[in-house]
Design a binder for this molecule. Structure first.
Ligand code: ADP
Length: 190
């Protein structure tokens, strides 16, 4: 069983840069100027336009860098996805105990940006579980709880609820079968 919340969330093994969802999420760093892992792969596959928009965001809204847990949106450049949502995951054991709250904020803020832009589908990598060292079993619990809370909340009234309902597909992308299995053993979707 790789799908949850009435089929709205699915767990997939693959490459995030190949997902033809409306948006895909980048596990960025606060510089917004590229890095290794998912970040490097997205900029390589998406081309210069993504980096140009990231530079503009640095120069205007985030001269000190994008804070951990927050998210911004740019074009998808040459990617199959129309948009990239860049979020900065917490570095494991570097945030004095607020790692889980910050990781949840990455998922929540990325989903909120997708909804604000009227998007119907989004793909996430396993934020923070690579270079940033977040234990993947713990990350699975936090990510699934944050996604479930966001998708099932009834706050904000009928209009907000309709906008959220439009986001019908949340795809969670794992780079290898073992990492997907760890997620499937530890999630809290139900
Ligand atoms: P962070 O710095 O937030 O830890 P990383 O990019 O280092 O981000 O890794 C996040 C997760 O994404 C890791 O589990 C890594 O194995 C996985 N990953 C790396 N490249 C890709 C890719 N192209 N598609 C999907 N997942 C990837």
């Amino acid at each position: 069983m790789n799908s949850f919340l009435q089929g709205r969330v699915s767990v997939v093994v693959g490459d995030i840069t190949r997902q033809a969802t409306d948006a895909l999420v980048n596990a960025a760093n606060s510089t917004l100027l590229g890095g290794s892992g998912v970040d490097g792969a997205i900029h390589r596959a998406g081309g210069a336009q993504i980096l140009e928009e990231c530079r503009r965001l640095r120069d205007t809204r985030y001269p000190g860098g994008l804070p951990t847990g927050e998210a911004v949106i740019t074009t998808g450049g040459r990617l199959p996805a129309r948009y990239v949502i860049h979020t900065v995951g917490p570095i494991w054991e570097q945030h004095a105990g607020s790692e889980a709250e910050l990781l949840a904020a990455c998922y929540r803020n990325s989903l909120a940006l997708a909804v604000e832009h009227g998007l119907a589908s989004i793909a996430f990598p396993a934020i923070s579980t690579g270079a940033y060292g977040y234990p993947p079993d713990k990350a699975a619990q936090v990510a699934s709880e944050a996604i479930r809370e966001f998708l099932t909340t009834e706050s904000g009234g009928a209009e907000a609820s309709a906008a959220r309902d439009k986001l019908g597909e949340v795809r969670l992308i794992f780079f290898s079968p073992p990492s997907a299995e760890i997620f499937l053993r530890n999630h809290k979707f139900e």
